[in-house]
Design a protein around this ligand. Sequence first.
Ligand code: ATP
Ligand code: MG
Length: 438
Amino acid sequence: MKNTGNPGSAAPKIIPRPDHNVSRNEISSAALKVLYRLHKAGYQSFLVGGGVRDAMLDLHPKDFDIATDATPEEVRSLFNNCRLIGRRFRLAHIRYGREIIEVATFRASANHEDDDEAHDREGRIVRDNVYGTIDEDVWRRDFTCNALYYNIADFSIWDYVGGFEDVQNKRLVLIGDAEQRLREDPVRMLRAVRFAGKLGFTIDDTVVKAMQGQTGLLANVPAARLFDEFLKLFQSGFAAPTFELLREHALFGELFPATEQELREDEKFLEFVRAALQNSDKRVADGKSVTPMFLLGVFMWLPVRKLAEIRRAEEKMSESQSLNLASYEIVAQQQRRISIPKRFTVPMREMLSLQPRFTTVRGKRAMNLLEHRRFRAAYDFMLLQSEVGLADPALAKFWTDVQKQSPDERAKSFELHSTPGGKRRPRRRRRRKSSGAS
Ligand code: ATP
Ligand code: MG
């Protein structure tokens, strides 16, 4: 049996420095400064969470969480670059340039299910705000691999729950009773999949079993929190494997119901989504920027297109207008699950509505598309479609080529004939449409 049982039930296994590979070279200088200053002031000072886990795996962690027995106020008095955040549970944020080191005071766990006050009706934690000791703090953490404490006093690792072995064996095991821990906080299901996707860990059978039938609990999680989690799932460079795992464990449909329905019915759409995710991961690996609006646009694309066709049959409008209207409606539906800030939904709708314009390659209006502020994203989107056969490759080539051309060449490509002497050719008067539609 694993030692993942009861709070406070055991002394830690202490792994001395020679017996593990967590080197201070893997810890940022800012995190080291904080660890040392707390230690020198006489407090317990541990690196915990992803920082220890990723250092063990030689993954060069970027994010460092520190746990201490100093209260937030005591932490603040040690650092002048420190801000306390959070009302329910106060955390200290210590800033060094762009890096923020998060320092949390040890917390007592709220994982006794019979403690009614700490849980709501579905078993979610609603109160988690009592300071504690390290041997209490460990039990409120999610996975054993995230519950290793690296002690700056002697560089040893403290392990209460068998996490050291689980990291070595690449296993994701929940601390305590898996079903109960997922009920307390259903986001842990997404975290399981995220860590499995990023680290290539196997999700333990006990966790897989507990997830079955509980995925619906994600509906109770605030949509704003799910947006944060969406970013971590899809922008950290492991979107492609994470997506497959989300679907395998019936979680993707909880986040994107309309997308999941289309994915089941349309192989081409699935191929398109996969290509987009791979492309996005490659950008992250190459150090390029990624915007959530692009992937959101990819996820929404087929639902939006289908609805656009319906709207167009109902009422006369251009294809662009119908796409714009449909994306507005689909996004509104999607917001019930994941709240997407306007700064992403607005450009996303523009990107989608521009797609029909790529099919026109003659005239001034076509050429003006190159100057549109959303051209780059819309072009990337179209290119990706052409890669999986959803857009004409000849069109993709045209729009790729014209970007490299001189103004003269461009005018020719778009069949804009300039007249000698710079005079405008007399415009043919267009016949007014007799219908009243405008
Ligand atoms: P990464 O930084 O790579 O996302 P991480 O494990 O550090 O991974 P954080 O979200 O930074 O994840 O959280 C830091 C630590 O806090 C975790 O390792 C875990 O011990 C604990 N933790 C975070 N979220 C939860 C949660 N929902 N339930 C229980 N413990 C959590
Ligand atoms: Mg972290």
